[in-house]
Design a protein around this ligand. Structure first.
Ligand code: NAP
Length: 281
């Protein structure tokens, strides 16, 4: 039996729960010839690292921090990856890269019942790779997007790059008033920064001194801790909150489908992800 290998590359990578998610799926489907592992590749040897994996017969890899942008120059990025400027999945058989974060984010919102996005106000916090994926996905849905980032020029550039109407909140007061005023559908806040992530779970991207409107939906791309301070803020003000674990599972599931051609068992992968995160805690 020839082993078919896939994995995730990043640096550092030891806390990645992706192996648990994918290997649970392989096991559940009896795909004993497939194995998913984690591979630490320092940024200065990314090119060499990718070549080594390809030469050793890897089918493909997921790509995480800090390689999502740099890997773009080392494979053929598809239209989605090019639009966002970052990829998270490589298929060595075709030497192509794609970005499965976008659809994973939109699908996970829908799984939480946040599916009617036309004219819904969405505040994006951050302007890095995850924010780009979120804005790119949301822009196609007809959502009304405003971005806030500590570097507002970077936020403007992101919107220009993505061909989205520039709408950058200058401060938190502006952001709060915009979310509060003239509501139709319940507004959504998406945290696309690492602020509040383990081991700095005491932090919150929304400053304590700034007013936080009631009855909002928060989607925090962080999943460790399972409930961030931003999520608490929403729940304590009659709102709802979801973490990014479902998005992580869905972006992995899309890669699984690409590499294997097999329909991914989302429920099995979700369960494995939850157990893996609990073990980390
Ligand atoms: P990134 O490209 O490095 O961007 C990080 C963004 O956060 C930047 O806009 C940065 O601001 C901002 N930021 C960083 N530290 C900050 C601080 N102390 N205060 C205020 N803003 C800060 O990272 P990324 O790839 O977009 O990832 C962002 C987060 O999303 C990470 O926590 C990552 O784990 C998570 N993520 C989750 C999933 C999932 O599947 N759940 C997928 C992708 C990403 P500047 O622009 O001013 O530098």
């Amino acid at each position: 039996m020839t082993q078919k290998r896939v994995g995730v590359i990043g640096y550092p990578i030891e806390h990645s729960i992706s192996p648990a998610i994918h290997n649970a799926a392989f096991k559940a489907l009896g795909m004993d010839d497939w194995l998913y592992d984690k591979i630490a590749i320092p940024p200065d040897i990314l090119k060499l690292g990718l070549r080594e994996l390809r030469d050793h017969g890897y089918v493909g890899v997921n790509v995480t921090i800090p390689h999502k942008q740099a890997a773009m120059a080392l494979v053929e990025p598809d239209e989605t990856a090019q639009a966002v400027g970052a990829l998270n999945t490589i298929d060595f058989r075709t030497n192509t890269g794609t970005n499965t974060d976008i659809q994973a984010f939109i699908d996970d919102l829908a799984a939480h019942g946040v599916d009617d996005l036309v004219d819904r106000k969405v505040l994006i916090i951050g302007a890095g790779g995850a924010a780009r994926a979120a804005v790119y996905g949301l822009a196609k849905t007809g959502a009304r997007i405003v971005v806030i980032n500590r570097d507002s020029e970077k936020a403007s550039k992101m919107l220009r790059d993505l061909g989205v109407m520039p709408a950058v909140a200058p401060d938190w007061e502006y952001a709060a008033q915009w979310l509060f005023a003239m509501r139709g559908k319940t507004p959504l806040i998406v945290n696309c920064t690492p602020v509040g992530m383990y081991p700095r779970g005491g932090e919150c991207p929304w400053p304590d001194e700034a007013w936080f409107p009631h009855n909002l939906i928060v989607y925090d791309m962080i999943y460790r801790p399972a409930k961030t301070r931003l999520m608490w803020k929403a729940e304590n003000t009659y709102g709802k909150a979801y973490n990014g674990l479902g998005m992580l599972v869905r972006q992995g599931a899309a890669a699984f489908k690409l590499w294997t051609g097999v329909e991914p068992p989302i429920d099995v992968m979700m369960q494995a992800a939850q157990e893996a995160v609990e073990q980390l805690a």
